[in-house]
Write a protein that binds this ligand. Sequence first.
Ligand SMILES: [Zn+2]
Ligand SMILES: [Zn+2]
Length: 368
Amino acid sequence: MSRVIELYDFLHTIPELGFEEHKTAAFLAGELQKAGFTVTERVGDTTGVIGVYDSGIDGPTLALRADIDALGHMIDGNLCAMHTCGHDAHSAMVLSAAEELIKTGSVQKGKLKIIFQPAEELGTGAPAMIKAGAIADVDIILGAHLRPIEELTIKQSTPALYHAASQRLKGLFHGVPAHGARPHLGVNVIDAAVAAITAVNAIHLNPNESYSIKATRFTCDSGVTNAIPAEASVIWDVRSELNSTMEKLIEKAKAAIEAGAATVGATVEVTNYQGIPAAEYSDEMVDLLAEAITAAYGAGGLHAPVKTAGGEDFHFYSKEKPSIKAGYFGLGCDLMPGLHHPDMKFNKDSLEKGKEIFLYAAKKILQG
Ligand SMILES: [Zn+2]
Ligand SMILES: [Zn+2]
């Protein structure tokens, strides 16, 4: 059996939730150590693992990043950790490529850094790694994800998978309570929130920029129905293909929410949370990954860039360090019925191709 499939098969048996990947992290750290990497465990006091192999010769620092967490699914009323997003596959591809790079003496200049990142599904794993300094010395970072069969078959991969930016906005409205018989003495936050929702719905950006913004939760209950309520909260889910569109959208939404609240004399505190930036790739890395895919499959296997409305916290790395050259490929693997589905299955033969793509790109960057 090939090494990548052997690694996958083992990791698949120990799925763990975000920031609880203790067995997974211990296994990955042990294998990196055996392969000759200098390993740091509990990066930033999390379950993150980093392995570094320094050639001792001047050159770029290349990071290969794999996420390591599983998802929590309710099965027969019990919360079960399951690898239904393929992060076990990502870790197996990156680890097997890392081992082979050392074994074949391919790190001839610069440094190879392996980042096993926890908690991608929570969207907070990458920020935790960044905070711990994981990418301070990194010049290039590469990652990958399995793709569902609707996007790619096992015969192809894409050199650029473009995830959208997503963000939640919360408006906490403050009014003035009053008796229901004397509404003129109060400020009704339901009126304020409705005015804000309507104002947000009237935002228009260039329709050529793909985006959406909509209220997804409205909470207001003062406990009684014969009084003017004075506290309410509204959450908006915001999506956009580009980070620049997201910035415009958030700015306009904040202004609209404040203006809406002001129409009835209420105040509002607006906060952003649970944001994930959109993909931004280096052209050089997209070209290199295209070359790697062509080498792995032949010309027929190179698929055009793919856009997805899904998010990936990998994009914090280039957002927080714009000088980093980021690349991220989507691996065709006949995945069905879909990611995050409790019955998710894919063809494991694809893992060999994923490993080859990482290997090819890393050799181009680190060979003398
Ligand atoms: Zn996922
Ligand atoms: Zn995933």
